[in-house]
Design a protein around this ligand. Sequence first.
Ligand code: PEP
Ligand code: CO
Length: 449
Amino acid sequence: MKPFPVTGWRPDSWRGRETAQQPEYGEPGALEAALRELAALPPIVTSWEVESLRGSIAAAQRGEAFVLQGGDCAETFQECSSDIIVARLKVLLQMSLVLSYGLRKPIVRIGRMAGQYAKPRSQPLESRKEVSLPSFRGDLVNRESFTSGDREPDPQLLLRGYERAALTLNFVRSLVDGGFADLHHPENWNLDWVGHSPQSEAYEAIVDRIRRSLDFIEHSTGRDLSRLRRTHFYTSHEGLLLHYEQAQTRLLAHRGLWYNLTTHFPWIGMRTAQLDGGHVEFFRGVANPIGIKIGPAMTPEWLLELLRVLNPDNRAGRITLIHRMGSGRVGELLPPLIEAVRREGARVLWMCDPMHGNIETTANGRKTRRLERIEEELAQAFDAHAEAGTWLGGAHLELTGENVTECVGGARGLDEADLDKSYRTQVDPRLNYEQAMELAMLISQKAAS
Ligand code: PEP
Ligand code: CO
């Protein structure tokens, strides 16, 4: 077996490339010591799970499944708590129930969780009055409060992040294995939003119909369906901080391939997709399914080159293209990219992120998103794919299971004045529980039509 099946690649070959968005660690000895410790710890996920997800994404590429990817913009160490994890899992499962009912297809669930701790920033420094300090880059890198000590990148946080990711996934696995996603547990499917949203009746009716058909099959066959197929739940995060990703990347002898075992599904963000950059170099060598965010700056030539470098064998399930163009722009920007991919014959899963092209700032300086714009981008993306004859097989959302007030709009008509009530995000505004369910209804209608 060749230890490096991908030509010229090694887990650290990215270090020879210009690599965007990396923190500047002070003392190299402290970083290397933390990385050695991280590399010796067991992986967060296994290659079996990673391969099973690749198979499911391949099915979605063929139009046989739909992928729902959602979670926080930035997870925080502090919010690694049972209530918050349960609420996030619950909203994702409820959304996927609505989707599977509407689409009549399996839904592949991927959380933006258990490792989504590092954020790209537009400015390396943040200035307040006369003082400039390194920008806050997420809990995996430094601390949010504006003091020089807290903003100094701290390699020990790589270990704290690994531990939080493991704690989170351990709890998620126990919930899922213990039957949390089993329809026979009504407490997990009931809605706290009943009575507030015009959509709640439709949701109740769906749950009721599914439960009655399950009961019917179970009574007539004498089998407990919940034991037949346990739900899979996968994790993902932006593969931003390459020291962290590299430390948990391993050669699996029985497969002859390298896997990034920090997560099932890492993605390359918009700001780090340079062809000659460190991120593309790193991800070309690992066998995980990967996402690539594509925004308005993406050109057909750049995209095709990325596909050639990242998936030279055109492997099924390997590439998901997550477009985030902005409402009103997707109809014009997407078709040339779809056309280029089609001409090349490249296998990809198309997924819509209707969040990141629709950020605005209110008069009093709050970052927000309008549900209306998010819905428009989704609807326009479905139309663009329908026109091109391609399957839009996934949605990528920033959401939480809680009743935050970060995005405006939705059935309760949140407006800008409401944002102060419960605005808790560390970076981008997230959909609250109700808004996320409304979106699931919309996706289910658009994808089924
Ligand atoms: C994100 O997904 O939080 C993000 C930063 O997205 P993008 O790279 O698309 O801007
Ligand atoms: Co974000």
